[in-house]
Design a protein around this ligand. Structure first.
Ligand SMILES: N[C@@H](CCC(=O)N[C@@H](CS)C(=O)NCC(=O)O)C(=O)O
Length: 218
């Protein structure tokens, strides 16, 4: 199995999606730290790999990729010895794609609207109001309903990259500690089940989520 390079930071949820995908595939990877606080994502070398200057960037041979969920799909397409993580069946693939778009556009957005203004007070982002907490509650209720009865989020019989994408955000919400997740018992059970299925979970996601959680003022 060849090796890929993942450029990023452990705290970054998008980087953790890629790491969890690599772990589930048994793909060898080298993690290369790109410290955003030190501006390492703006160097000419990094911009050559990823002109969008975000993390993660993945280097697979002479191919440079960015956008974490698209990277996860690419890795399964290229290296998966089955399509379980990213089913080829049109309806199931739609379910998985929907989760990944939902994670980026709704779940992480709802989390970020609350967390980032607190973590980075001088960001200029407006401080969260009740409506932002209500939105995150609505999103979590949807997730809770999708995984009710012990299901994976896309309704598949195996974990998919849709679950991995949601887990990256869910674990970050959990680590920040501002939501009482006991209100979503099916989501809690799903989270525990998924973390037990992802090889090297702590290295790939758990420790990074905790690191990110420390930034949220307690
Ligand atoms: N949609 C992108 C988001 C990546 C992203 O925004 N990464 C943040 C860190 S979590 C970043 O690199 N920010 C610095 C920048 O965009 O210049 C993905 O999933 O890969």
């Amino acid at each position: 199995m060849p090796s890929i390079e993942i450029y990023g930071m452990q705290g970054s949820a998008p980087c953790r999606i890629v790491q969890m995908t690599a772990e589930c595939l048994g793909l060898d990877y080298t993690f290369k730290e790109v410290n955003l606080m030190k501006g390492e994502h703006m160097t000419p070398e990094y911009l050559k790999m990823n002109p969008q200057h975000n993390i993660p960037t993945v280097v697979d041979g002479d191919f440079c990729l960015n956008e974490s969920r698209a990277i996860a799909a690419y890795l399964v397409n290229k290296y998966g010895d089955s399509d379980k993580l990213y089913p080829k069946d049109a309806k199931l693939r739609y379910n998985v794609d929907k989760l990944m778009y939902f994670d980026m556009g709704a779940f992480y957005k709802a989390f970020g609207d609350i967390a980032y203004p607190k973590m980075i007070p001088d960001s200029g982002m407006p401080q969260p109001e009740q409506k932002h907490h209500d939105k995150l509650d609505e999103v979590l209720k949807w997730i809770n309903s999708w995984v009710a009865g012990g299901k994976f989020a896309a309704g598949t019989s195996d974990i998919t990259i849709g679950d991995l994408s949601l887990i990256a955000t869910y674990s970050t919400v959990k680590a920040c500690g501002f939501v009482d997740l006991s209100k979503y018992p099916d989501a809690e059970a799903w989270f525990e089940k998924c973390t037990g299925l992802i090889p090297n979970y702590e290295k790939a996601n758990g420790a990074g989520a905790e690191e990110m959680g420390k930034w949220y003022p307690k």
